[in-house]
Write a protein that binds this ligand. Structure first.
Ligand code: ZN
Length: 433
């Protein structure tokens, strides 16, 4: 099995004098990269304890900083410590519960003593632009051991084709600009979850993977070496459809609703005959559906104005099921709910799974036409030639087993006819504009 080389950034040890930290923030020398930082903030007590430790010359541990391309220090570990020091130096710390004096009220000697306290840090620098981001992530994840990582961070620690795919697509596809703030790899997790569903769902038998960590990890290993290009292309195509049909609604959609919508798009693109109008149909449907499920809360017991009671309980069950967002049963339930609602809203012709006529059907056509090709009126040699044409195109819902919808042509005549029909169709479409 191919293993990638692990890149280790350069590591140096250095120190800041305590007194310089406020200035480092002001000059934007220290930089907080919110991708890597969690929202948790220290309590006042924790902040006071830190400053007390410094007064007593105890160690406050070693910070870990990463030097980025702009020569700024990105904080990988120690954000709360640095922010607390900065606050104390700016007299912004709440000291009411303590006997500490604000920094500005310390006498000269006390200030000098404190300013000289040195804050040690590890300085990381990567020289390989290709793996730079990975270096930070890997280092960060290792530092966080012991404190709980979220699912997104754990999935990010994997390497391989699956990880490369969700990372790249998240960066490149515009849909992710609509899906809210990125924090702790939230958007990468959404991308990984959708890709996982795309690769592992069996729509025909209604079997869907769960989105829990173990299940996502299984895709990391199944697709560690490679993912087929056509599958990735289809996946990106689905995201295009989602983006174009939901558009600004995406800014308000929850991840748990995004998932069944993604599955609906993927399902329709595989199974619906005549896909051209899909975006318009989806737009209208999605807007209607989202409006309905967002007109009441899961705690409501009576329908909102304008909704029948039976409909209300139906949509309520959908919303309730959504709270078990990651289980495969919940995904199955919500996908089928959405699929049936779409059918009610917009009846559609299902694609005929059988695309080609078999030899028996061609023989029937041959005798029905007395061996004549209707395009050129010449005899077809059944042993070497003969291509069956759908009058209503297969992709528009033409059924292969319906022989009233078929004629047998010379192969050459069939190619010519298809070309002619395409041209006519394009012309009539252009006229509309
Ligand atoms: Zn012919």
């Amino acid at each position: 099995m191919m293993r990638r080389k692990q890149h280790i950034p350069d590591i140096d040890f250095d120190r800041f004098p305590f007194g310089s930290i406020k200035k480092l923030f002001e000059e934007k020398k220290i930089f907080i990269n919110y991708d890597y930082q969690r929202g948790d903030v220290w309590t006042t007590t924790q902040q006071i304890e830190l400053i007390k430790s410094i007064f007593n010359s105890y160690s406050i541990g070693v910070l870990v900083l990463y030097i980025n391309d702009d020569d700024q220090f990105e904080i990988l570990d120690g954000q709360q410590r640095l922010l607390t020091i900065k606050k104390y130096l700016s007299d912004e710390l709440n000291l009411r519960q303590s006997d500490l004096k604000p920094y500005s009220e310390l006498d000269y000697q006390e200030q000098m003593f404190l300013n000289a306290y040195s804050v040690g840090y590890l300085k990381l620098k990567s020289h390989n632009p290709e793996t730079k981001e990975e270096d930070i992530i890997q280092t960060f994840l290792r530092l966080q051991e012991g404190s709980p990582l979220n699912k997104a961070e754990k999935i990010n620690a994997h390497r391989g084709a699956f990880k490369d795919a969700f990372k790249t697509i998240k960066e490149e596809h515009k849909i992710f600009n609509f899906l809210g703030h990125d924090k702790r790899f939230r958007l990468r997790l959404i991308c990984a979850s959708l890709l996982h569903l795309e690769l592992e769902s069996d729509f025909q038998h209604s079997v869907f993977p769960s989105l829990d960590l173990a299940s996502l990890k299984s895709s990391c290993s199944t697709y560690e070496e490679s993912i087929s290009k056509s599958k990735l292309k289809f996946f990106k195509g689905n995201l295009d459809y989602l983006l174009r049909s939901l558009n600004h609604l995406l800014t308000a959609i929850t991840t748990r609703d995004l998932i069944p919508f993604y599955l609906l798009v993927s399902y329709l693109r595989r199974n619906k005959a005549g896909n051209e109008d899909l975006i318009n149909e989806l737009s209208a449907f999605c807007a209607d559906f989202l409006q309905k499920i967002n007109s009441f809360s899961v705690y409501d017991t009576t329908p909102p104005d304008g909704m029948e009671e039976s409909e209300f309980f139906e949509y309520l069950s959908y919303k309730t099921e959504g709270r078990k967002a990651t289980s495969s049963d919940s995904i199955d339930f919500r996908f089928n709910f959405l699929k049936n609602k779409f059918k009610d809203f917009q009846p559609y012709v299902q694609k005929d799974p059988k695309r080609l006529h078999d030899i028996e059907q061609k023989r029937i056509l041959f005798f029905r036409q007395q061996g004549i090709c209707p395009e050129c009126s010449k005899i077809i040699d059944f042993r070497t030639d003969g291509s069956a044409h759908h009058e209503i195109a297969h992709k528009d819902g033409g059924i292969t087993d319906d022989l009233d919808n078929a004629v047998l042509l010379h192969e050459r005549c069939h190619v010519k006819l298809e070309k002619k029909l395409r041209k006519q169709k394009n012309n009539s479409q252009n006229k509309l504009w």
